[in-house]
Design a protein around this ligand. Structure first.
Ligand code: 2HG
Ligand code: ZN
Length: 476
């Protein structure tokens, strides 16, 4: 069991990072103590901001020896409280933002090595400057850091084509609990040498080691893009359109995002600068993007004719293709601002879940019935990455509804939603992770054998339990 750090240990830790590498004044600590959604308010005696792998290694060696708990933190944009220390005041925060070098971009190998404190947007820019493309794409990419993306196995809006963060990793550098550095930073597409050890740290939310750098896959930049906002009558029609587009455009579809009317209305109302680019009203909207490296693909022509055929078949109600970069950006801003709009609208209950793509219409239909029955003070705002089966099945507090009553619906509704998701062979966490928020539900619902393997790995890699305790796995 980890214990509070002694004054001597705190002094030792400060010495590792030097005077500019630590914070302990209450006003400086404050930003590190609350998660993005303000669900948790923790305490810590010390925030360390290492600049090098060597410093991280020394920090962990000391903490392991002294049995002091460590909570790694990146951009602090996570949804499940994984990067927030607990309330005990005995956990040290290790913030990674100064470990932010781009170590290498190898354009010929279509790879780059970046440190975990780089923002996602910074990594994308480094790739673009070498005429390459790093495809992970999230609304929070200006703040979210690569370390958090790796540790939560982030998803976002291009998973349909490029997969999740896990699929974009070639190699990792990780500091283990005892301070040893695991160097698995090779940039190879083929490497069949034993167990895939690095994969253990992806999605582990800092509970098995602290990732310090990653080798990431790069792709060709799109020279031709087509973006459209499309209105459909139902999620079933959305699925029909997805199938049609997959047949016609295959891998070229990178984005297929679903939004209900209420999400669009909320966003236009609450987020400054968001104009409704669609001049027609529809129960459901889709943001669709196709991209190709070949500039002569005429993707706009392809998308136009597919949408026309879909309209003739009754699948599509109406559609608008972006005719300028500004118009495409406005469509993206509309989609990416939905979480912000929900935040401004009032309290929300969120479920980041996934099901097989074919079950999305059932999830929405049955989930809406559950929500109406179990949380009548809320209205359903279910949107997200329909093309890969991940829905943010969220609720917003109805205007004027009783707040404590609405909030009291959270757990009963979550149980019912997770039961539904399980009955559809889905997952209770699609892309936001487990953190502290879902640790108990995860322990209750995970396959017991799989869970016992996870605990065995945790014991093997972190025998003293100093790495982000209470996150992902509940105590034994
Ligand atoms: C998104 O897809 C994010 O916009 C946030 O994953 C989802 O706020 C949410 O529930
Ligand atoms: Zn999402």
């Amino acid at each position: 069991m980890p214990r509070p750090p002694s004054p001597a240990t705190l002094t030792q830790l400060k010495a590792v990072v030097g005077p500019s590498g630590w914070l302990d004044a209450p006003e400086e600590l404050a930003p590190y103590l609350t998660d993005f959604r303000h669900l948790y308010h923790g305490a810590t005696p010390l925030v360390l901001r290492p600049r090098s792998v060597d410093e991280v290694a020394k920090i962990l060696a000391i903490c392991n020896q002294q049995e002091v708990a460590v909570v790694p933190q990146g951009g602090n944009t996570g949804y499940c409280g994984a990067a927030t220390p607990d309330e005990s005041g005995s956990q040290i925060v290790v913030a990674m933002q100064r470990l932010n070098r781009v170590r290498q971009v190898d354009a010929d190998n279509y790879s780059m090595v970046v440190e975990v404190g780089c923002t996602l947007a910074g990594a994308q820019t480094a790739a673009r400057e070498a005429n390459r493309f790093f495809p992970l794409s999230l609304g929070s990419q200006g703040t979210a850091q690569i370390g958090g993306n790796l540790s939560t196995n982030a998803g976002g809006t291009a998973v349909l084509r490029y997969g999740m963060m896990r699929d974009l990793v070639l190699g990792l550098e990780v500091v283990l609990a005892d301070g040893r550095v695991l160097s698995a930073l090779k940039s190879l597409r083929k490497d069949n040498t034993g167990y895939d050890v690095k994969s253990l740290f992806l999605g582990a939310e800092g509970t098995l080691g602290l990732i310090t750098a990653a080798s990431l896959k790069l792709f060709s930049l799109a020279a031709d893009t087509a973006t459209a906002l499309v209105g459909v009558d139902s999620p079933t029609h959305a699925l029909e359109l997805l199938n049609r587009l997959r047949s016609a455009a295959g891998e070229q579809i990178s984005t297929f995002e679903l939004m209900p009317r209420i999400a669009v209305q909320m966003t236009v109302k609450h987020v400054p600068g968001v104009a409704n680019p669609l001049q027609f009203d529809s129960p459901w909207y889709l943001l669709i993007e196709l991209g190709a490296a070949n500039p002569h693909q005429n993707l706009t022509g392809l998308l136009t004719s597919e949408l026309e055929d879909a309209a003739a078949a009754g699948t599509v109600k109406d559609a608008m293709l972006a005719t300028s970069i500004a118009q495409a950006q406005a469509m993206w801003k509309l989609r990416e601002s939905v979480p912000e709009a929900q935040r401004r609208h009032g309290a929300s209950i969120k479920h980041d879940v996934s099901v097989p793509v074919s079950a999305i219409p059932t999830l929405i239909e049955k989930g809406t019935a559950l929500a109406n029955a179990l949380a009548p003070e809320g209205e359903v705002v279910s949107y997200g990455h329909a093309g890969d089966g991940n829905l943010h099945f969220n609720l917003s507090q109805k205007p004027g509804a009783d707040l404590p009553l609405f909030v009291s619906r959270t757990h009963p509704l979550e149980h019912a939603m997770f039961d539904l998701v399980e009955s559809l062979n889905g997952s209770i966490s699609a892309e936001h992770g487990i953190g502290r928020l879902k640790a108990e539900e995860f322990a209750r619902r995970a396959d017991p054998v799989e869970l016992s393997v996870m605990h065995a790995l945790k014991r093997a890699l972190d025998p003293k339990g100093i790495l982000n305790p209470g996150k992902v796995l509940c105590a034994n």
